[in-house]
Design a protein around this ligand. Structure first.
Ligand SMILES: *[C@@H]1O[C@H](CO)[C@@H](O)[C@H](O)[C@H]1NC(C)=O
Ligand SMILES: *[C@@H]1O[C@H](CO)[C@@H](O)[C@H](O)[C@H]1NC(C)=O
Ligand SMILES: *[C@@H]1O[C@H](CO)[C@@H](O)[C@H](O)[C@H]1NC(C)=O
Ligand SMILES: *[C@@H]1O[C@H](CO)[C@@H](O)[C@H](O)[C@H]1NC(C)=O
Ligand SMILES: *[C@@H]1O[C@H](CO)[C@@H](O)[C@H](O)[C@H]1NC(C)=O
Ligand SMILES: *[C@@H]1O[C@H](CO)[C@@H](O)[C@H](O)[C@H]1NC(C)=O
Ligand SMILES: *[C@@H]1O[C@H](CO)[C@@H](O)[C@H](O)[C@H]1NC(C)=O
Ligand SMILES: *[C@@H]1O[C@H](CO)[C@@H](O)[C@H](O)[C@H]1NC(C)=O
Ligand SMILES: *[C@@H]1O[C@H](CO)[C@@H](O)[C@H](O)[C@H]1NC(C)=O
Ligand SMILES: *[C@@H]1O[C@H](CO)[C@@H](O)[C@H](O)[C@H]1NC(C)=O
Ligand SMILES: *[C@@H]1O[C@H](CO)[C@@H](O)[C@H](O)[C@H]1NC(C)=O
Length: 866
């Protein structure tokens, strides 16, 4: 601005003497502009003639007078100076595509030589100066795309006899559509679209015999389409789209013999498509969509309108069959056909394969079309979109369709399509949307779908798809939406889904998925909606899910998830619904925004959660503190009752076993090792244990190692070899020998033999194929049922009862622990390892005792027994 003022001031002083010239008016104009590209600043300098300035031309007959000012797309910002009206020789003014604001100066009406006036694509406001409509020299006027308001002179005498082009599209103009234009007999283009003009379309416009383009779209026009428009024989474009026009489409439009573009969409037109319209054989684009048209689509439409490129008849109440499709094969340039949302029925003819190879979009969604999908669609070598959604199609997806290699969108949602998804679908490598939802598809999801590298939406919900989800889908890196919900899918969630870095929404709900939620899913960085509900998922919720930064909705309800809710769930900023209801979650509910109320964190059906009174969960205090009400009833009373019931069953079993055991306990003889004692040599043990090899080692203890041994006669045994260098080992051997030699019970490990000399001592014991109870309790691979656990408890207590009460010695085992309880092939429990046992005479005096200390933490309460 400052740089603009300086020459102006200089100039103002220097020209005081002389005449005002166009130089002053140009500098006035520049003075109100900022010029971020510095085009005018560097070029409009006073040391050169303004007639050489960029954008400026002077009259040939009057060399010092500016005849043209063309500053199109100079990025100028500012208001238009009224002095522009003093450039009285101006015939061409184009200030379009700048950032001009403020009003259009009234002074423009002084430009009596002006032919071309364009102020398009600025931010000009206020009303259009009325004087402009008396500038009789004007040929072209465009104020397209500004913020002009007010109305146009409705029925005043325009003096625009030469006007050919007039556009005020995309402004904020109101009032009635001017009748006055009817007097502009040379008018070729009249565009008043995208304003708020009201009233009817003036019949008088039918007098504009030279009109080639009439656009009144996007206004509030009411009434009928005037039949006079049928007189506009030169018309190429008629756009009345998006008004409130009603009544029939006049058959008089048949007079528009040159019409190429007819858009009457989004009105309230009724009646049928007039056959007369078929006389307009020049039509290339025909849109009658979103009206209230009835009747059928003229069967000969394609034969009559051979130049059709676009046929939009969607969102009406058109009915009848599809014979017109045959005729469309006559349209060699056809690109788009949409009859979406009508009442059409019938069966798709094979002649769809004869439609033009130029066809890109074919949309017959939301009708009542029956029968199969013709494989002939595969003939259409340019097809981009095929939508037959929400019809009554049945049969299978034709493999022939896969010849349309260009296909990008395939919408077959909500039909009755059956059979399996053909693996050939993977041949459609251009596909970005595959929507087969709500059909009757069965069988597996083909892994070949992963070949559709550009796929963004894969929507297969609401079918009967079964089997596992192919891991290969994790290769679809561009996937944005994945919906496999409401099927019969089983198996695991592929950990590969963690690679779907662009995924925005994933829904796998209502299937039969099992296993844990892969922690890799934390790799889905863009995911905002994740639904894994109503499956059979178990294990813990991975922490990584709480690290999904964009997550807004997460539903893991109705699974078997256990453990605590990861603390990470308190952090995601946009998480507004977290539904973890009906799982087996427990422990402290984490802190965080989402857990602040019960409408954002849905946690019911997880009775072991605690620590949020806002969510109606009790504090995480220890059991036995204050407790009334239903929650406490559920939490404390039910387990207590359950425990009592188990104990009752336990005692019942003991009682039964006891009674049976009483009868069966063999008479206790003094014979060492009873009847099946057999001699075993050291050499036989060496052979049996493969020279005490590590492969045969079952375990090691404080006094030695236990090996699996196959004796010469084939008997499999466990051989406990004492380490005689360990202090007390020898004594332990003696204790165990004496104990086992005296004791015989179903639930005590039987001794088969011993092998003893000065420097080698071994006990040969019954082999227990199911190992120790400890292995079972701490293993991931084995699980003990409740019944098995009760049986083991009964077995162990029977053994102890025998040791303590059914012998003339009291035997104190001293080291009862899970690793000393062994299980045979029938899961019967046996107490073993009497290495530190104490034998007490009933009076209480110890007769044999190897050691005072058992395993730390497991030392049995021997003193109490004493
Ligand atoms: C201004 O621009 C015009 C047209 O581009 C050019 O002919 C003229 O030389 C330029 N003048 C100056 C001073 O840069
Ligand atoms: C305006 O000019 C810029 C370069 O300055 C160009 O990129 C753009 O396409 C032009 N816009 C129009 C509408 O001509
Ligand atoms: C410029 O035009 C205005 C009218 O818009 C007029 O009042 C003024 O005198 C003119 N200036 C010159 C210097 O001619
Ligand atoms: C145009 O000029 C005529 C007289 O020349 C006048 O009657 C009419 O009102 C003017 N129209 C406008 C819109 O100024
Ligand atoms: C417009 O004005 C003329 C006279 O100036 C009149 O004859 C005509 O009926 C008017 N038209 C409308 C639609 O008001
Ligand atoms: C009118 O508005 C519609 C919808 O907003 C738009 O598609 C169209 O390009 C606009 N037309 C003009 C001329 O601005
Ligand atoms: C169409 O033009 C003819 C003759 O040019 C004329 O008789 C007829 O009235 C016009 N129709 C309408 C509706 O204006
Ligand atoms: C359509 O054209 C046929 C002949 O080409 C003609 O007989 C018929 O009258 C025309 N229909 C209309 C409504 O102009
Ligand atoms: C369309 O027309 C039917 C009768 O033909 C009428 O019931 C229905 O309300 C109309 N719908 C609209 C949106 O005008
Ligand atoms: C396709 O067009 C050819 C030639 O016009 C014709 O012979 C054939 O019957 C058509 N096919 C169908 C299915 O209509
Ligand atoms: C496929 O197109 C060819 C011509 O390109 C045509 O001859 C054939 O009939 C079409 N097939 C079907 C099933 O329409």
């Amino acid at each position: 601005m400052i740089t603009a003022f300086l020459p102006l001031l200089l100039l103002a002083s220097s020209t005081k003497l002389g005449n005002f010239t166009d130089l002053n008016y140009l500098l006035d104009f520049k003075s109100q502009m900022t010029d971020p590209l510095r085009i005018l600043d560097s070029n409009w300098t006073t040391d050169t003639s303004y007639c050489t300035w960029i954008g400026v031309s002077c009259s040939r007959r009057h060399p010092q007078r500016v005849s043209s000012l063309n500053l199109y797309n100079f990025s100028l910002q500012g208001t238009i100076h009224p002095s522009i009206g003093n450039l009285s020789f101006l015939s061409f003014l184009d200030l379009s595509a700048n950032s001009l604001f403020g009003i259009i100066p009234e002074s423009l009406a002084q430009l009596t030589r002006l032919k071309f006036l364009a102020l398009e694509q600025n931010s000009l406001m206020g009303s259009i100066p009325i004087g402009i409509f008396n500038v009789s020299s004007l040929v072209t006027v465009s104020f397209l795309s500004n913020s002009l308001s007010g109305s146009l002179p409705y029925n005043q005498s325009f003096m625009l006899p030469r006007l050919k082009f007039f556009s005020v599209s995309a402004n904020l103009l109101t009032g009635k559509t001017p009748v006055s234009f009817a007097r502009c007999q040379n008018l070729q283009t009249l565009s008043l679209s995208n304003n708020s003009f009201t009233g009817i379309i003036p019949t008088e416009l039918g007098q504009l015999s030279k009109l080639t383009g009439l656009s009144l779209s996007g206004n509030q026009l009411i009434g009928k389409i005037p039949i006079s428009l049928g007189n506009l024989t030169e018309l190429l474009t008629l756009d009345l789209n998006f008004n409130k026009l009603e009544g029939n489409i006049p058959g008089e439009l048949a007079g528009l013999l040159n019409l190429q573009f007819l858009n009457l969409a989004r009105n309230k037109l009724t009646g049928s498509i007039p056959l007369a319209l078929l006389n307009v054989s020049s039509l290339s684009i025909l849109s009658l969509s979103a009206n209230n048209l009835t009747g059928s689509v003229p069967a000969s439409i394609g034969y009559s309108l051979p130049l059709l490129k676009t046929l939009f008849l969607g969102q009406n109440q058109l009915s009848g069959g599809l014979p017109f499709i045959n005729s469309l094969s006559n349209c060699k340039s056809l690109v788009s056909v949409s009859l979406v949302n009508n009442e059409l029925d019938g069966v798709l003819p094979d002649s769809v394969g004869n439609l033009s190879a130029t066809l890109q979009n074919f949309n017959l969604a939301d009708n009542h079309i029956r029968g199969n999908i013709p494989a002939a669609f595969g003939n259409l070598s340019s097809l981009l979109l095929l939508s037959l959604a929400r019809n009554e199609l049945n049969g299978e997806i034709p493999i022939g369709l896969m010849r349309s290699k260009t296909l990008q969108v395939l919408h077959l949602v909500d039909n009755k399509i059956n059979g399996s998804i053909p693996s050939e679908l993977g041949l459609l490598t251009s596909l970005n949307t595959l929507n087969l939802q709500q059909n009757a598809l069965s069988g597996p999801i083909p892994s070949t779908l992963a070949n559709m590298r550009g796929l963004q939406s894969l929507l297969l919900s609401g079918n009967m798809l079964s089997s596992r989800i192919p891991k290969s889908l994790g290769n679809l890196r561009g996937l944005i939406a994945l919906d496999l919900s409401r099927n019969l899918l089983d198996g695991l969630i592929p950990a590969e889904f963690g690679n779907l870095g662009a995924l925005n929404a994933m829904d796998l709900s209502k299937n039969q998925l099992t296993g844990t939620i892969p922690s890799n899913l934390g790799g889905m960085e863009m995911v905002s909606s994740l639904d894994l509900s109503s499956n059979s998922l178990d294990g813990q919720i991975p922490q990584s899910l709480g690290k999904l930064l964009n997550i807004e909705y997460m539903n893991l309800s109705y699974n078997f998830l256990s453990g605590v809710i990861p603390k990470t769930f308190g952090t995601p900023r946009y998480l507004s619904v977290l539904d973890l209801s009906f799982n087996k979650l427990e422990g402290q509910i984490p802190q965080g925004r989402v857990f602040s109320n019960s409408s954002t964190a849905i946690l019911r059906g997880n009775e072991a959660l605690c620590g949020k009174s806002e969510l109606n969960f009790p504090p995480c205090a220890k059991a036995g503190t204050t407790g009334t009400g239903k929650k406490h009833f559920l939490k404390y009373i039910i387990p207590a009752v359950a425990a009592a019931l188990i104990l009752l069953a336990f005692f019942f079993l003991i009682l039964r076993r006891y009674l049976m055991g009483q009868a069966k306990i063999p008479p206790q003889g003094n014979t060492l090792f009873a009847n099946n004692y057999r001699m075993i040599s050291y050499h036989e043990l060496v052979r049996a244990t493969n020279n005490f090899s590590n492969a045969n080692l079952l375990g090691t203890g404080s006094f030695g190692s236990v090996f699996k041994a196959s004796l010469d006669d084939g008997l499999v045994t466990a051989v406990k070899v004492l380490s005689l260098d360990v202090e007390g080992a020898s004594k332990s051997f003696d204790v165990e020998c004496s104990a086992l030699s005296m004791l015989r019970h179903r639930n005590l490990v039987k001794i088969i033999s011993t092998c003893s000399n000065l420097d080698f001592k071994a006990l040969i014991l019954q082999f227990m194929s199911n190992g120790s109870l400890e292995q079972w309790l701490h293993s991931h691979y084995h699980k003990l049922s409740v019944l098995q656990r009760v049986n083991i408890m009964v077995d162990v207590s029977m053994a102890l009862e025998y040791l303590h009460h059914h012998h003339h010695y009291v035997v104190v085992h001293s080291d009862i622990k899970p690793s000393n309880v062994l299980l045979d092939e029938n899961m019967t429990a046996y107490v073993s390892d009497f290495g530190i046992a104490k034998l007490l005479i009933s009076g209480g005096k110890s007769i044999v005792s190897a050691s005072t200390s058992g395993t730390i933490g497991y030392i049995a309460p021997g003193k109490e027994i004493v």
